[in-house]
Design a protein around this ligand. Sequence first.
Ligand SMILES: Cc1cc2nc3c(=O)[nH]c(=O)nc-3n(C[C@H](O)[C@H](O)[C@H](O)COP(=O)(O)OP(=O)(O)OC[C@H]3O[C@@H](n4cnc5c(N)ncnc54)[C@H](O)[C@@H]3O)c2cc1C
Length: 438
Amino acid sequence: MSSMNIPQSSFPRVIIIGGGFGGIALAKKLAKKDVQVVLLDKHNYHNFQPLLYQVSTGGLEPDSIAYPIRKVLQGYPNFYFRLAEVLEVDTSMRRLQTNIGEIQYDYLVVATGSRTNFFGNKNIAEKGMAMKTIPQSLNLRSLILENFEQALLTDDLHERDALMNFVIVGGGPTGVELAGALAEIKKGILPKDYPDLDTRRAQINLVQGGSRILPAMSAVASTKAERFLERLGVNVWKGIRVTDYDGKLVSTNTDTSFEACTLVWAAGVQAVCLDGLDSKDFLCRGNRLRVNEFHQVDGFEEIFAIGDVAQMESEPYPHGHPMMAQPAIQQGQNLGENLVRMIEGKDLKPFIYRDKGSMATVGRNKAVVDLPRFKFQGVFAWFVWMFVHLYFLIGFRNRVVVFINWVYNYIRFDREARLIIRPFKKQYQVNGKDKVTI
Ligand SMILES: Cc1cc2nc3c(=O)[nH]c(=O)nc-3n(C[C@H](O)[C@H](O)[C@H](O)COP(=O)(O)OP(=O)(O)OC[C@H]3O[C@@H](n4cnc5c(N)ncnc54)[C@H](O)[C@@H]3O)c2cc1C
């Protein structure tokens, strides 16, 4: 027995760190094979990150986008889940240090995903909001609602405006989707909830450093998304960078500044790398681990990385695959097959990414979709966006709940999860460690 009460087995032990898109896809592939699978995650649920913005804006309850990891692999033999945070990898002893003890591995798969990257800006990390986890999204939801409650109480017009203003930094899908959702709330919900507040003064500013929003999508998707946002009343600022934030004043690299009590940072992520597996030999930009076409981390036969944390450089993807759900899922599936082949002494199949396209929604009846052969925008794109997200959500109950919520919200122009369940508490990270201030 290891210190985690996992029995020794005649099968090789594969430890997967992370029950995200990549880790779950891999575990499913290995579940009925002749290997002992140990999945470690610091949360006991899988987080469907693409819908976090709907939790932040009261469109969905958090439990409809989270799914118990234990349930995913219920009933599979040779499968063990432990709620554990991995602290360090001892590659020479093939051993992991975790907050619940040590464990040996035969094969190790790092699928730890990514975290928000504030690019070293301490003020923004401390005062701005990230939206990468469910607690962070709930925190943002509380902050938004508490600011409106606060706005009701002040006579100072400047302060009231700042409490109602938003700055979203980063014009990728997360920033665009959040800005669109906030604009819909401003139009459809705030005037009814706060009739004694002039909510028309609330400003939603989307700030993008580059020359266009949705830079990873086609030019037509960018242009159309920008038009959708402007139609919803979002101010789209391009070519300016946010440089500082004191909790109220947002400074940029130009003369433009904003007074806003909510700043959401959606301008970058960096991979979550682990102590002991952080050598310059294989650590790339953004902390990703350089891997070969079989997901093996440079210099190791038995250590693999998949998903956001892995950088597999190839001709079409010189900086690795995009940090999105599809590459993580496909890599998990490919590695699952290869691990079995490796154990059986067969040749490995190199990973080839099949790009299924990308999409973003701006709001009701408004989305942009880039498929490898077709690009389309508007109502049909919005239906496609909804169908794809429902399809990839894990769990039948979650799909039903999300679907019913969407139909209800669509018919009633409403978002009834606008609840302050837990008061806003600022939580931020310094060097990957959680810090909390009120
Ligand atoms: C707001 C938002 C919106 C997004 N929208 C889209 C979208 O529309 N489409 C799309 O394709 N992609 C989207 N993405 C990106 C997508 O979610 C990621 O690319 C994907 O989750 C990566 O999968 P992964 O398996 O690498 O990591 P993750 O899914 O992030 O999973 C990593 C897991 O590792 C665990 N973990 C981390 N460190 C440790 C540790 N030390 N010990 C134990 N466990 C650990 C975490 O708890 C987590 O469960 C979005 C991301 C965000 C944040």
